[in-house]
Design a binder for this molecule. Sequence first.
Ligand SMILES: C[S@@+](CC[C@H](N)C(=O)[O-])C[C@H]1O[C@@H](n2cnc3c(N)ncnc32)[C@H](O)[C@@H]1O
Length: 295
Amino acid sequence: MHSNQELKETVSKVKPLMKWAGGKRQILPHLMNNVPDEFSVYYEPFAGGAALLLELFNAGRLRRAVISDINTDLIELYSIVKNRCNDLIEELQNMRFKNTSYDYYRARDLYNSLDSNENPEKAALMIYLNRHAYNGLYRVNSTGKFNVPFGRYRNPSLPTSESIISFSNALKNVRIVNEDFESVVCEATGNDFVYFDPPYDPVSSSSNFDSYTSNGFGHDQQIRLSSVYRRLSERGTKVMESNSNSPLIDTLYRNYTILKIGARRSINSKSEGRGKIDELIIKNYTANHNPLNST
Ligand SMILES: C[S@@+](CC[C@H](N)C(=O)[O-])C[C@H]1O[C@@H](n2cnc3c(N)ncnc32)[C@H](O)[C@@H]1O
């Protein structure tokens, strides 16, 4: 096991590799401010861009962690970054696709034709697509094929080799799994800390982010998540969740500490949905009360 200091020494600031809908960069200070002082294993079962994992790593507060996501290609990508970082760097250096609509759709076809199984070429294409796709979205059609259109960015870039290496170092003591959130946390104990960042309960139809994968995340899933939250609480595991400020979420978590914070969502297809809206941070513990302008 590495000490916090050893983990921290690698590179000063590791940043997310992927732009991800629902990314937590804007509310990170609030989240960090509410992380429990002490915990053993950190769980992030809806990893996406894994923003909080990296922030904990950057702060030297990560010992061991488990991250998961239902998105198989994303998890394959993280496993390759962790275990075959040089192969991925080579693929990115040899990337022949440029920032044109023609190249983008050829890259998208190739990506959709490749097997996910620990394939560095597919992982490199996923990064290319993420940085050239419309709004950095990840969306698949009913047959599981990535179908986001070209983004027309002026100057998109691929990650540097250094940023891949530092991300790889950050993943050294992280177990990376492709499982549903419920099975990931079943082994969490009373000393552990779980952060749930599920697809948010939509507050209106225009802010529905359900299409992360071919499976949606509807009310039944939100209710299932709240049962898992309750079971973990009964076991003494510290749990923090972010979600939208919707009547359903308010009801499901009324027995816990709820902090309301303002956050600007940037991924939204309708411009009227871009305003400042409330997000909730829900905790089952009371430590770290300094909620940065929250109400
Ligand atoms: C809001 S995003 C996470 C954002 C991320 N924490 C970040 O900072 O960028 C939600 C993620 O949950 C994943 N997901 C959806 N349903 C899931 C499930 N049942 N179990 C695990 N992950 C799931 C999606 O693939 C998506 O990546």
